[in-house]
Design a protein around this ligand. Sequence first.
Ligand code: SF4
Length: 698
Amino acid sequence: MYVLLARNAGFCAGVKKAVKIAEEAAGEPGKWFTLGPLVHNDEVVDYFRKKGVEPVDILGRIREQPAGIIIRSHGTSPELINKAREQGFEVRDATCVLVKKIHEIVTRLRGEDYDIVVFGDAKHPEVEGILGWCGRRASVVASTDEVCGLPVLQKAALVSQTTKDQKEFLEVAEALRNKCRELKVFNTICSATRNRQEAAQDLCWEVDLMLVIGDRKSSNTRTLSKECQNTGVRTFQIQKASEIKPEWLDGVSKIGITAGASTPDWIIKEVLDRMTLYEEEKMPEENQETNQETMPEENQETNQETMPEENQETNQEPDVQEETPANEESFAKLEAEMADFASPSKGDVIKGKVIQVLDDEVMVDVGGKSEGIIPLREMSLQDIDSAKELVEVGDEIEVMVLKWDDDGTILLSKKKVDAKILLDELEESFKDGKVIQGTVTGSVKGGLLVDVGIVAFLPASHVEDGYVKNLDEYINRDLSFKIIEFNRNKRRGSQVVLSRKELVAEEKAKQKKLFWEEIEEGQVRKGRIKRLVDYGAFIDLGGYEGLLHVSEIAHTRIEQPSDVLQEGEELDVYILALDREKERVSLSRKKLLKSPWEIVIEKFQEGDIIEGTVVRIAPFGAFVEIEAGVDGLVHISQLANHRVEKPEDVVQVNEKIKIKILSIDPEEKRIGLSLKEAQNELENQEIEEYMENQEEND
Ligand code: SF4
């Protein structure tokens, strides 16, 4: 099952800012309140309630003094802010700058005598707040139908609640155009909302099921949910992970996840974790390494908006005026500024300059008042002895925020950024089917471990394109691989599963093609004995195998190939015959060896007295082997000085005898031998030697 997280999901910059202001206030003395929930998310509200920041619906309910009021990101009316101040409350304004921008627009239009139409939900706090800045000449429409109920207007201006649907807004603008003599349209829909909607819609085309995470009171989450449903994909809106029903996931192979702008990262992470858990529970342990993909962890942690540069205000029909005064800040510019607003928070990746390097830690200037520390263990994915091996003062590096300490120091990690970059690269290689390099570092049950920057798993069945007897032979080898499974969020087993099977098969096919292009009968090739069988040996010729038949191993008769050859042995072979159709190669070894006759001719001459073995006896004489595979004949007349009736009377089979070579006929392959001449000569030699010895003694 694949779990895909929308590229834009979770807290928007405005909510982040409000949460930060509330966090800071919670740490200060006195009691703090928000007018209405800080954001439309009960989990976030409960979190702050525990920290002493309470939501109240009206100022009158606050009894404590001193107390402070936080104006939430939806904003509120100027009257209410003034009233709070008059009653002695300290006011912290967390109104999103984009909502404030709407307040500015409507205040100006009010001064220019425009009737203001707000597209939105009349009861939504953001709309209530906007109306507070509009004065009396304002109306709220939630649909084109409601536009029909408006009177004809002379000068009107249209703004939108920031979280509304873009398409509906344009329909309302079109409907309103027919009701007004002059209409100014301000597209004040926030890009965070649009980005989430577009990212969710894109994702809907890829998945079987969409989960939209967010509070049911959250307008933008409801809109997101509606947008997903409109694509036709089965969609469920949930507030937290525990609401997921396992039966929703039955038969689902790809799940998309998105979250409203008021949904905190921790809830998104819980949902992703629940998916992983569901999958792990569902799958047998041995299959844990397969068939999983969840979205990158860092996506869960960051969810940063990329604010478009484009002007947010809509292009309109000719008779509708677009309002973008040159000196006025656009929504896009404000959004860009908001991206810089927050101090780095846990999980953020930021740039910093190295200001001190010790063996066991590195100090980094990350801007602002704080300094960051990277402990040695967070410096690198590899084991290093000193941080000095990697960085020096002045280096600019990217680091991830792990946590803030009480003294304002930030604990940073370079390793996590490296891991993210590495995982991004590995994920890209996985998606593109690219070949990567790695070193085999060890073997485990069922396969090998490979260092590809992180430790990846190579199942035994994927080491080669066939069975591998001894996996340990691969340890310490640098090899090429393809990634067959990638799961960034996997907790058990490896995030990356590799294979060489396909690469090995491809390489073999290449070698085979080349082999058949180059091979010719009569060539001599080097080979390695791969397998010995009773009828010969299979020789690996470097990409292809040929058969060395037992009869072609040597000039002499070989009982078993293993009597003279060994598996793994290298040898030269002669290409005896090729059958290109059946792809068979016949080899010979004996063609490259000297024949016994060649040896005999080189080694012996007529007249030599040599030793031989009687191998056969015939009525006309005895055959004597003088070299492996070469026999000569001692004719019966050459066996003794006297007449011989039967050769057996003089010699026996297997008897070693001295014989004299009478003749060598290479053409007829005949050798004439004499036992009697050899004996006569040897006797004469003995007599001569005896006589010589006698003379010397006398
Ligand atoms: S959705 Fe947009 S307008 Fe609303 S708080 Fe977030 S950033 Fe601000």
